[in-house]
Design a protein around this ligand. Sequence first.
Ligand SMILES: [Zn+2]
Length: 286
Amino acid sequence: MSYTHNDFKYIDSHCHFFPPQIFEAIWNYFEQRDNENKVKGWSINYKLPTEDLVKILESKNIKYFTTYNYAHKAGVAEYINDWTYEFNQKYKNSIPFACVWPEDNNLVEYIKKAFDEYDFYGIKIQPLVQNFYLNDNRLYETYDVIIDRGKWMTVHIGTAPYRNQYVGYKNFMNFFEKYPEMNIIVAHMGAFEYDKFLKLLDKHENLYLDTTMIYIPNNIFPERETKRPKPDVLLSYQDRILFGSDFPNIPYDYENSTKGLLEMELPRTFYENIFFNNAKRIFKIS
Ligand SMILES: [Zn+2]
């Protein structure tokens, strides 16, 4: 039985929301051109004002969505988190996450505010762009707060679409061996080191992988199609996989985010789990 996008409701566990002027800067960065006039990253399909972005998600059957963002320098994380709080007040179907910057003197202070006053679900870390290690001792106190409050950490630690010195399985394990009890979501299913991250699921029940940009028709991640986990693997880990899209920073129509998954023609319960039920359970959405 083949399904279409509209046959399901969704929680998108990998959406980005930034203050508009920062979004603008990120989109410009993605679309920079090299000497041969080729786009360095990719062009963005959804460069729109915040309220329009939310409307688009709602029109695609997205019932809840995360607000992942990140700081790129000292002194801006708290401002972004305050903005995310306002955003969440306005859009109750958002799942707010905080951002951090290790050099900030008030890091632990604003993280406690994000959790205890704002009721955020966790933090998002992006070592590929933020250029620090997960196992950075300036973050240890923040990690202790995350564990103490039972919050989540989402991390882009895989080597796709490109790598730097801060990403990769080894860097993840340097951190994870110290904090094996933390609730973690590994973005992009750990691409390209899928197998290593999948294996960790057997031992760590608080570890999840998101499908962001893996099962899409466009070749954004080179090698993706040959290496990405096969249907039998997805089925066996169907309680530990979360659907994510990377909206709005995607160079294709939103429906392409579910297309490759739906084309596998797996059982309806599988789709219900990864599209909705797993995220509903871990984020305690009633
Ligand atoms: Zn992302």
